[in-house]
Design a protein around this ligand. Structure first.
Ligand code: CP3
Length: 343
């Protein structure tokens, strides 16, 4: 019975004595079994595009920890690749793309309909997960939010301040808007296919939303997220939608007021009491333990986990970190955290 899944209950606005828990980047390098599969696969992208490997690494943290949700193993940068951009990962550094910086280059990208050819293996992974997961485990699909994806498309790599995209959005607003519109439309079709393949929840990762200010926040973070959620819910009325506008501070209240999201993922800087008083009366909140506790463990891990449960546990709540677990996170600290949450 899907409505019995703890994650879906929380996203339907219900509070639970023991909240559902999963963690961002739960399939990843901190797990020895992930590193073993990754070695076999070759590169990270080979892992993403091989349904056997991608299904296996998605299931690893479910088997080990019994998390209440599995998140599809893929990457937010597969979408620009499906739009025709060249993508590779420099070992030890991160993603690289051939940048797109003006209208002529945007016009050379593929049309939205063409993305499914590249992304078909991802949909196959979702389909297999949907069949293989335990009955109580919810399946989360995801995509990058248009702004965050565009920061990589324009710079061709990760940047400390998202400078290239911020420069383009002020200097060439029409070109930049065309890029955001293309990614927004492609994201809707990408997520729709994930839902058709069995994703019950989708999460939109706007990891760099905190770099936006003033009208740019509304134009490039809020508006595209609302459009994506509204269109998907029109097509799939039962779908639950989590937004993650990381780093937006008080902008979280603007997201809550939009009325279309079921959950908001909080970064670690959002005060829990503020989230309880200003967000949790409108939707479910998810978060927001500092991922560093997964490295350091000890009494602070226990007391900070308890603190979050005390403050947020009476409303609709999903326990998680404020960002992804890092490669030096320790599996035994996850066990310790789970013991506090589940008793
Ligand atoms: O959470 C999960 O377990 C699902 C899988 C997932 C990955 N990336 C796998 C991954 C998800 C949801 C993402 C999202 C993602 N990818 C984001 C948004 C979330 C966030 O963390 O802010 C971003 C910005 C990216 C882009 C990206 N992918 C970068 C910048 C990097 C390099 C940095 C790094 O951690 O190495 C990646 C690589 C990546 N994506 C890895 C994983 C497991 C590491 C790849 C490896 O095995 O070497």
């Amino acid at each position: 019975m899907p409505e019995q899944k703890k994650l879906l209950k929380a996203l339907a606005g219900k509070s639970q004595k023991v909240p559902p828990v999963w963690i961002m980047r739960q399939a990843g390098r901190y797990l020895p079994e992930y590193r073993a599969v990754r070695q076999n696969a070759g590169g990270f992208l080979d892992l993403c595009y091989n349904p056997d490997f991608a299904t296996e690494v998605t299931l690893q943290p479910i088997r080990r920890f019994g998390f209440d949700a599995a998140i599809l193993f893929a990457d937010i940068l597969l979408l620009p690749q499906a739009l025709g951009m060249t993508l590779w990962f420099e070992t030890g550094e991160g993603p690289r793309l051939e940048p797109v910086t003006n209208m002529a280059e945007i016009n050379r990208l593929k049309p939205v309909d063409a993305i499914h050819e590249t992304l078909a293996p991802v949909y196959e992974t979702v389909k297999r997960l949907s069949a293989d997961l335990p009955d109580e485990t919810a399946l989360i699909g995801f995509a990058g939010a248009p702004w965050t994806v565009a920061t990589y498309m324009v710079a061709g790599r990760g940047t400390p301040d998202q400078g290239p995209a911020r420069r383009m959005m002020y200097q060439s607003p029409a070109d930049f808007q065309a890029l955001i519109d293309l990614v927004t439309d492609a994201t809707i079709e990408y997520l729709a296919k994930q839902v058709e393949a069995g994703a019950e929840v989708v999460k939109l990762f706007d990891s760099w939303a905190g770099a936006l200010s003033g009208t740019a926040f509304e134009q490039y973070a809020l508006k595209p997220a609302v459009k994506i959620a509204t269109e998907l819910k029109k097509r799939f009325p039962a779908l639950k939608f989590i937004a993650f506008p990381r780093g937006v501070g008080g902008g979280y209240a603007t997201f809550a007021d939009a009325g279309v999201f079921d959950g908001l993922a909080l970064d670690s800087a959002v005060p829990a009491q503020w989230a309880r008083d200003n967000l949790q009366n409108k939707l479910a909140v998810q978060g927001n333990l500092d991922p560093m506790h997964m490295v350091t463990g000890g009494d602070m891990l226990v007391s900070e986990t308890r603190r979050l449960l005390d403050i947020l546990g009476d409303g609709p709540y999903i326990f998680n970190l404020g960002h992804g677990i890092t490669p030096d996170g320790k599996p035994e600290n996850i066990e310790k955290m789970l013991k506090v949450i589940r008793g």
